[in-house]
Design a binder for this molecule. Sequence first.
Ligand SMILES: Cc1cc2nc3c(=O)[nH]c(=O)nc-3n(C[C@H](O)[C@H](O)[C@H](O)COP(=O)(O)O)c2cc1C
Length: 200
Amino acid sequence: MHEEKIKLPEPVLKGKISFEEVLYKRRSVRKFKNGFLNLKQVAQLLWACYGITDKRGFKTTPSAGATYPLEIYLIAGDVSELKSGVYKYLPDEHSLIKIIDKDIRRELMELSLRQKFIKEAQITIVITADFKRTTSYYGDRGIMYVHMEAGHSGQNIYLQAEALGLGTVAVGAFNETQVSKLLNLPKNEKVLYIFPIGFK
Ligand SMILES: Cc1cc2nc3c(=O)[nH]c(=O)nc-3n(C[C@H](O)[C@H](O)[C@H](O)COP(=O)(O)O)c2cc1C
């Protein structure tokens, strides 16, 4: 499939709620209301997760040796201005490229211990990693570094969701091999973390 890139709206750098209040209010959300997210909200979440914040290519997350091993995928279900499907986030261009042309939320839910909220959330962000980018510098210790970085990214999603008045939950319980197949991921990437996001 040869898809056009979708340029995302630029992230905003000011919110309606204080950082301290966001920290205080953040809670995992497992029940989502119906509705459609807009592209601005989705773009803001992806940027918070792994977007560029510096001309040198540095990002919202710290990264051991700035090796940036993570890749970010968007599973779009109910988003106005975006067809349902799976997209890869391209941080350097703050854009999306479509890789699968159908709504896979139900299948993802089935591969994640049938945690029902996964099919109900408007979107899911999936964090994967190419470990070699980090282990080629740090050896086996790099494995831990990659996991730590995914945690940073995940916390950014949690906090940005809260700041937007949305909810999310970290999901670690899923069948890695099957989810990899479902997303058609390259062999060098491993699925680490799943974040369904939606209206709470
Ligand atoms: C690594 C990790 C994996 C998790 N996996 C799941 C999961 O598969 N399903 C789920 O409902 N919650 C999952 N959670 C969310 C925790 O249950 C939740 O963070 C915890 O109960 C504390 O609640 P809070 O996030 O509202 O503070 C996970 C959290 C972490 C950090």
